[in-house]
Every structure is written in structure tokens, then in C-alpha cells.
Ligand binder design. Sequence first.
Ligand SMILES: [Zn+2]
Length: 289
Amino acid sequence: MPYFGVHESIAGGFHQAVSRAAANGFDTVQIFSKNSNQWRGAPISDEAADAFASALEQTGLTSPLIHDSYLINLASPKSDLLEKSIAAFADELQRAERLGITSVVTHPGSYTTSSEQEGIGTIVRALDTILASSPKSVTVLLETTAGQGTNLGCRFEHLAEMISGCSYNDRLGVCFDTCHVFASGYDFSTQSAYEATMAEFDRVIGIDRLKAFHLNDSVRENASRIDRHAHIGYGKIGREPFGFIVTDPRFAETPMYLETPKGTTEIDSQQLDWDVVNLRTLRSLAENK
Ligand SMILES: [Zn+2]
């Protein structure tokens, strides 16, 4: 069975995110390394790093993942914003190493007033600069995007170009977000459509690059290019297609993280945490029920 994880807040410390994920029955966790709407975070103290490491050890959670700050735009045509983004992303990789985390996932960027091709070129140069002097233990996962506005990464070809252009591409992988891939226009609503989309991913990028999934249903329809996450089985993707992914033997050891809305719901007159409900759905699909 794949490793199921969940995005958790780091309120109260990094170790609290681990505890919260473990308490809800998850195998792994995704976190921000600092407030996601700030450029700079306080340095990570030895105590904080130690508490995080011992929480992982105590709970047995593996493959923790960092999601980078939403402010970062490695495709920006504005030199001041690009410089800030490069510095902030390099810092994310340092923070990952400090926490013993081996992957950082990022939305590749938005080209805003430039063009798709210029944006991809800017990302490649930014990644080269960042990876030249970053901890070699940390891999960057470029996330598939919904293609909202001028977001790059909504076509597999965008990610393939970024990877092939980068001089350090042995440290690049891909995170496949189901909501984003669906909203960007790829179909995986039936087993055969799923196989075709994965075959295309393999042909364009290479399936070995697929290192993590974000499992989210989509509020909006296929090809809407609108990024709105829904609970598993409660959106336009529906329950069944998640079964194709979680039973695919190629991904039996791939971490898969929920980024679905937080909160509780009433099922059979019981108040349940949505994360617990979504995890149950995924586990039952993985067991083919
Ligand atoms: Zn995502």
C-alpha cells in the first residue's frame, strides 16, 4: 500500500505537525518550513530540529515533505522578485536539510508579463543557481499545476523542459497533484483514460521522475484550469479514479499526501475529522473495496 500523508500546520512546532498526522493514522506528513505567506522564517533551532526528529522516530512516520512558500515565483520576469524568490527557495532547501527532510515541492512559477518559453527559461536558470550551492541531500519536486492564470507546469511538456534544461536534474522530480492535473485538462476518469495519461507522463517526463502525489478531488470540472481542492470522492473527479492510482503497483511505495480542506463532518451521527474520512476512503480503495 502507498504511504498516505497529509498536509499539517506547524503551529506549536514542527513536531506538532508529525503528532497531528500520526494521531489521525497517517504514515507521513507534508509541512511548510515557515509561515507560507512570509519571505523569511526564524532560523530553525537545534531544539526544534531535535523535537521534529524524535517525533518522527516515536511515531514511525517516514518521507516527510516540505511545500515551499506561496510567495516564491522562480519564473518572475521582475528581477527584484526573482532574486527574492531564488534566495527564499535556497533557504527552503537549507531548512529541509536542517530538518532531515529530503524533498521540497514547489509550484514551478508564473510567467506573468513574459511568455511561456521565457518563463521556463527563467525557472531553469533559477534552479541551476539554487542547486549549484544547495544541500545535495535535498531533491526538488516540481508540482503539476492547474494552469490558472500564467502558472507554468500545467502541461507535462513544461516540466520535461525544466528538467532537461537544468544542469542538476539528478536532483529534480515531479509531484503529481490529481486536482491540478484534472483541472488542467488531462483525463483519468476511467481505467483506460488513466493508463493513457500515465503513458503520456512516462513518454514526456519519465515515470521514474514521479516521486510523490498530492491526492485532492477537484471542485471544478476537467480543463477548467481552476485550482480548488475537494474531499476525496466529493468533487468532479469522484471516488473511483483515486482507486486507479492507489492500486497502481508502480506507486506502491510512493508517498501520497492529502491537501484537502480541514474541518469535521458528521457521518452516521458521529463527528469525524475530514482528514480521517479521506484517509479511510483512500485505504479502502487501496484494499480494492
Ligand atoms: Zn498540491
